[in-house]
Every structure is written in structure tokens, then in C-alpha cells.
Design a protein around this ligand. Structure first.
Ligand SMILES: C[S@@+](CC[C@H](N)C(=O)[O-])C[C@H]1O[C@@H](n2cnc3c(N)ncnc32)[C@H](O)[C@@H]1O
Length: 255
């Protein structure tokens, strides 16, 4: 544990502590067709997964309760799913047993995956490393793990959210810009017991990182909430997310 970067240690404690709160959501997601993020956008709108994954090797980076790996396994992929939290993996393993799906689960930091170069055809993260790990580490690691022509899809907060949400507490997202856009990188939540560390980048910096790590952009989505009703999903109001992008989703191909 002490050899892990400080934020990986903090995030391990954070996720081990709150894993029990995610069991029910994970159970539901294992039963559903693929849908993404806090607004449940259908896969048919985003196209983040290959429709046929027969004979593909896939890895989920920060799998949580493992439902994205379940969706990929049902599409024919051989899946490895890595997560930093043993308690989240306990849920994922138990759901895999209940659904009779064969997924290899690994406990560790997905910024350094114990697999050789070019082991996988596809890598994915939905709110896993996509927000909880340092992009300057996990994006090159995903590139290393993929074969040429392999793809990486990931979805998480849009940088706009990180500028408009108070950092002292995991507070609701405001209509005021509170922080520097150009300095956006590491964001430490300091809500006592619930502290955790997230990462994000300005859009142009993400794009430069993809270029530097050998990825071409296949698709980029700035996700809008389907309606402006008063519903809140996590810290984000549907009305806010109807006016501003609350989530980003990228599909990339390794050159
Ligand atoms: C919100 S969950 C997302 C996963 C999945 N989509 C879900 O909702 O169950 C975030 C997960 O990322 C994991 N995580 C955070 N940092 C990580 C890292 N450096 N390496 C691997 N997993 C990490 C956490 O342990 C947590 O289980």
C-alpha cells in the first residue's frame, strides 16, 4: 500500500469505505442492457462498445461492481477487470458468480497493470480511472496494453463540472465558474472521512495527451441530460446538465 501514489491510497480507503453503498446500483446494472453515466444514456446513442466482441481481449480499468465487464463478456469478449478497492471487487465477484460469467478480477492500481504490452484489443472505463486516476499515467498505460488498432472508450465528468463544483465538500454544481480551467488536473475533495482525489484536464490537453500517446479520436461526446426537469443525479441538476455538458465520453483508436 505504501508504494502506491498518495492519491491511490486515499482513493482505496474512500472506495473500500463506501463500496456497500454501490451494491444495489451494481446489481441493477448487471441486469440491464448497456447504458452510460449519471443520465443512463443508451449505448445506441453513444456507441462506446464494439457490437460484436467475439474473440476480443478486453480490460476494464477501475471496474467497480463490474457491470461494464458483464456487458462486454455477453458480447463475446474475454474480460479482465481491475479495481483499486477490494470491497468493490467482492461485490463484482459475487455478481459474476450469480450471473455465471467468467471474468478475471485483479486488485490493483490500473495506472500500472500487471499484463505485457499489447495484451488487449479493447479497454474501457466508466467513472473508474476515467476520473480517479492521473491521465498522464493511465492513458499511456492503456496505450501500452492495447494492440495497434485496439480501442479505448471512457466516460466521466466533463471538465466543466469540475470548475463549477465547490471542492471543500462534494457540493452541488453551481452556475458560477469557481476554479481555473487551464490549471485543471488534480482535484482533492476534502470532506473529512469522505475525501478522495479526482483528475480531469482541459479538453485541448486531453486531445494533446491522446496525440502524444498514439491515439486517434474516433468520437467525442459532450453529454446533455435528456430533460431539464428538477431531477438531480449525484451532485448534478438535470436542468444544469441540460444547459452545460456534465459528462464527456471519448472513443479512441491506437495507431
Ligand atoms: C464509480 S466506480 C466506477 C466503476 C463502475 N462503472 C461502477 O460504477 O461500479 C469507481 C471505481 O474506480 C476504482 N478506482 C479508483 N482509482 C483506481 C485506480 N487507480 N485503479 C483501479 N481502480 C480505481 C474505485 O476503486 C471504484 O471502484
Amino acid at each position: 500500500m505504501s508504494q502506491l501514489p498518495d492519491y491511490v491510497q486515499v482513493n482505496r480507503l474512500h472506495w473500500d469505505r463506501q463500496a456497500h453503498e454501490w451494491v444495489e446500483m451494481g446489481r441493477r446494472a448487471w441486469q440491464q442492457e448497456p447504458q452510460w453515466g449519471i443520465w443512463g444514456i443508451p449505448e445506441s446513442d453513444l456507441d462506446l462498445l464494439p457490437s460484436d466482441m467475439a474473440n476480443m481481449g478486453a480490460i476494464e480499468l477501475g471496474c467497480g461492481t463490474g457491470y461494464v465487464s458483464a456487458w462486454m463478456t455477453r458480447r463475446g469478449a474475454r474480460c479482465v477487470a481491475i479495481d483499486n478497492s477490494q470491497n468493490q471487487l467482492n461485490t463484482a465477484r459475487s455478481l459474476a458468480d450469480q450471473h455465471g460469467l467468467d471474468i478475471e478480477f485483479l486488485h490493483g492500481n490500473a495506472e500500472t497493470v500487471p499484463y505485457p504490452d499489447e495484451s488487449f484489443d479493447f479497454a474501457v472505463s466508466e467513472y473508474g480511472v476515467a476520473i480517479w486516476a492521473d491521465p498522464f499515467k493511465w492513458v499511456p498505460e492503456a496505450a501500452r496494453l492495447l494492440r495497434p488498432g485496439g480501442e479505448l472508450s471512457f466516460l466521466g465528468h466533463h471538465p466543466m463540472v469540475m470548475l463549477a463544483q465547490h471542492r471543500e465538500v462534494d457540493d452541488e454544481v453551481t452556475r458560477t465558474l469557481l476554479y481555473s480551467y487551464f490549471d485543471l488536473h488534480r482535484v482533492d475533495w476534502t470532506e473529512g472521512e469522505d475525501s478522495g482525489t479526482e483528475f480531469n484536464l482541459p479538453i485541448s490537453r486531453w486531445m494533446r495527451l491522446f496525440e502524444q500517446t498514439g491515439f486517434d479520436i474516433v468520437a467525442f461526446h459532450e453529454i446533455r441530460s435528456p430533460s431539464a426537469t428538477a431531477r438531480k443525479s449525484f451532485a448534478v441538476d438535470a436542468a444544469w446538465a441540460h444547459d452545460y455538458p456534465s459528462e464527456q465520453a471519448w472513443r479512441l483508436r491506437k495507431r
